[in-house]
Design a protein around this ligand. Structure first.
Ligand SMILES: [Zn+2]
Length: 336
């Protein structure tokens, strides 16, 4: 399964720049930026706009977003998760587990707005921008409920404003619990401003779990279909399918173990370079030593260039194919 990308309001959001900024405290403009960052952080907090936000992950897989945002919500089967970062919820007669992650601080980052040349040296001119906690939480929610094709519709994710104490019902136990979930409005300049709106906790979780159950079922169905199609297709059954199969067993939705879990018909193709088993059926490179499994396939998929050393392993009979493809690409490039 791929990792969905972190898509903040601002495409320049790059927390790596933050670290870089912290190290570059020399120079006037850098000092100015640092002051600006502190001021922005302070004003966000003073106006109450930067409230902590919390993500509940009910899934047996961890949640993460590409783009260096740096947050990962552990899976429910991750044993390293402390008890105070776990949450239990009764739904339709079963106890669901969730991992809890609270994003405490907003992300403040420099956004480049111009490049100035001073004494022949190019230097970026930056503005400080902020990404509120609820926006980050919303990114997780969207990625795993809509998201990229690889994770789309997984569900099992709930995001709300505040920390987990929001879920402690102190006063009236009979009263339904209300949470504030992420929403956004479009500003006149077409950017989004993240806000929150009231939602019934029970209903929100029920919707997330309904989606999760559909997803879980589709994963095990897919593995079963691969299995039914015979040897070649069975190679597509991955550890992710097994994780969801286990979840079905744990939740009591399935009583018998599927044949594709016990019979392990996965092709254990070993790397000729280092002996490590292939991790993904469609991998082009060994995850350990970077050896190219099949140079012709890798070349055709544009994963390596014709000058790559692995191309030496191409069979004589396959070279005409490579030559033809190389000519085709050259023609495309020159627009002929
Ligand atoms: Zn290897």
């Amino acid at each position: 399964m791929g990792t969905p990308a972190f898509t903040p309001v601002n495409p320049m959001a790059n927390p790596d720049l933050n670290g870089w900024l912290s190290r570059r405290i020399d120079g006037k403009s850098m000092r100015a930026l640092k002051v600006e960052r502190e001021a922005l952080l302070l004003s966000l907090k003073a106006t109450g706009l930067a409230q902590p936000a919390t993500i509940l992950n009910f899934n047996p897989v961890p949640l993460s977003l590409d783009g260096g945002i740096g947050f990962k919500v552990p899976s429910i089967v991750d044993e390293a998760v402390q008890e105070n970062s776990r949450f239990h919820w009764k739904h339709e007669g079963r106890t669901y587990r969730a991992s809890v992650l609270t994003i405490k601080e907003p992300r403040v980052f420099p956004q480049i707005k111009d490049v100035k040349v001073e004494e022949g040296v190019e230097a970026g001119v930056y503005d400080m921008k902020a990404c509120k906690q609820i926006e980050i939480a919303s990114c997780f929610l969207v990625a795993y409920t809509q998201g990229t094709p690889s994770s789309s519709g997984m569900g099992g994710v709930v995001a709300f404003e505040g920390d987990r104490r929001v879920l402690d019902r102190t006063e009236d136990r009979k009263k339904r619990l209300t949470i504030r979930v992420p929403a956004f409005v479009r500003l006149p300049n077409r950017t989004r401003e993240y806000i929150t709106e009231d939602a019934d906790f029970e209903e929100t979780v029920a919707a997330a779990l309904a989606m999760q159950r559909r997803y879980c079922n589709s994963q095990t169905q897919q593995a079963q279909n691969y299995w039914d199609q015979g040897d070649e297709e069975r190679k597509n059954i991955t550890v992710v399918h097994r994780v969801w199969h286990q979840f079905e067993m744990d939740m009591g939705w399935r009583q018998t173990v599927a044949p594709w879990v016990t019979l392990q018909n996965e092709a254990q193709e070993l790397c000729a370079g280092c002996g490590e088993p292939k991790k993904r059926v469609d991998a082009f490179f060994c995850h350990k030593c970077q050896r190219v499994y099949n140079p012709l396939a890798a070349y055709m998929a544009r994963e390596i260039q014709v000058t790559h050393p692995a191309m030496d392993r191409i069979e004589d009979a396959d070279w005409p194919k490579v030559r033809k493809e190389e000519e085709r690409r050259k023609a495309l490039r020159t627009g002929l």
